[in-house]
Structures are given as C-alpha cells and as structure tokens.
Design a protein. Structure first.
Length: 183
C-alpha cells in the first residue's frame, strides 16, 4: 500500500485507511502512529506530519469507517425501492451485513469510540439514524425506529457471537414489524 512521495493526498488516505483497518481489527487498543505507518507502508514521520495527535488520526479513521455506512444506507435504500417484499428485502440485506464480520467490526469500533469520546457519537449514530430515515419512506416512523433498533440488536449479537442471527428469524421479525402497517 506504499504511496509515491509526490502524492501527499494518497499518502494521507493510505494512513487513514491503515488506521481504520487497525481499529476494526482490535478496536483501537493497539493503534499507534508506528503501526499505522507500517500498515500504510509510509515512514513514521508521515503519520505525525499529517496527524498531530493519535486522537486526530483515530477520528479521521472513524470518519472513514462512517463513510462506508453512508454507502450501506444508499444500498439499503436502493434495495428496498427495487424489492417486491420490503420485509424479505430488508431481512436479506441485514443478514448479508451481519455475515460480513469486517463491516460488523467496523460498526463496533465506531460504537466503542463513541462511548469513550462523546463528540464521536454522531458518527456512530449514522447507521441507526440513517436507517430510520430510509425505512420511513416505506413505513411509519415508529415501525422504522423499531426496525432500526432490531437491526442494532442483531448487529450486537453478530459482534458477540461471531455469527449472524438466523436469516429466517430476521425475516420473521421484519415481517411481523412491517405487518402492523400492512405490507
């Protein structure tokens, strides 16, 4: 992942991506300028040149992870718009997300950071708040909130159990919640 000397933005991006990978792998407990530089394939001085503190590097890495959430929300929105059954489409998408340990661990890194640093909470809430917004186009606000809370719960399950909740169960619960509004 080494960057050319004359590509400062590419070098900075490589450092942020490396730090994000480290956050996902170990929750940030082992994030250092040195480890980020090694992962990015840049000299140690590059990390301190672009990021004056480890907190600044961590925050940029978390912002990078949060940007992936925005892409996931757009994908969810497109999937729901195209799917015949909202509950089945939502369940399939949730199960696919929960089956991707890297994505689940990335969200966990955001949650942990938000607990430790309240200023980062808006980043961590992007998924649940965004999901409510997306789902509100397909159901009432209360049901959208209930589905988002359910998604948060099954995500925590996937983090703690290293496996997703059974797809049939996710489909059943999404169907029950959406049935209240007449899917």
């Amino acid at each position: 992942m080494a960057q050319a000397k004359r590509d400062p933005e590419g070098r900075r991006r490589a450092i942020v991506e490396a730090a994000a990978e480290l956050l996902v792998e170990d929750g940030g407990a082992e994030l250092t300028h040195r480890r980020a530089a090694e992962r990015a394939g840049v000299p140690l001085g590059a990390t301190t040149y672009y990021f004056s503190s480890l907190d600044e590097l961590r925050e940029e890495a978390l912002r990078h992870l949060a940007e992936r959430i925005e892409a996931d929300l757009r994908e969810t929105e497109e999937g729901l718009a195209a799917g015949a059954s909202k509950s089945e489409t939502l369940a399939e998408m949730l199960h696919a997300y929960m089956s991707d340990q890297a994505r689940v661990r990335a969200d966990a890194a955001l949650f942990v950071a938000a607990v430790r640093h309240p200023a980062l909470r808006p980043l961590a809430r992007r998924w649940s708040d965004g999901l409510v917004e997306v789902l509100s186009a397909h159901t009432d606000l209360e049901t959208a909130r209930a589905l988002s809370l359910f998604a948060d719960g099954v995500s925590v399950h996937a983090i703690l159990h290293d496996e997703p909740v059974d797809a049939a169960f996710v489909t059943e619960m999404a169907t029950r919640l959406l049935k209240e509004v007449g899917e």
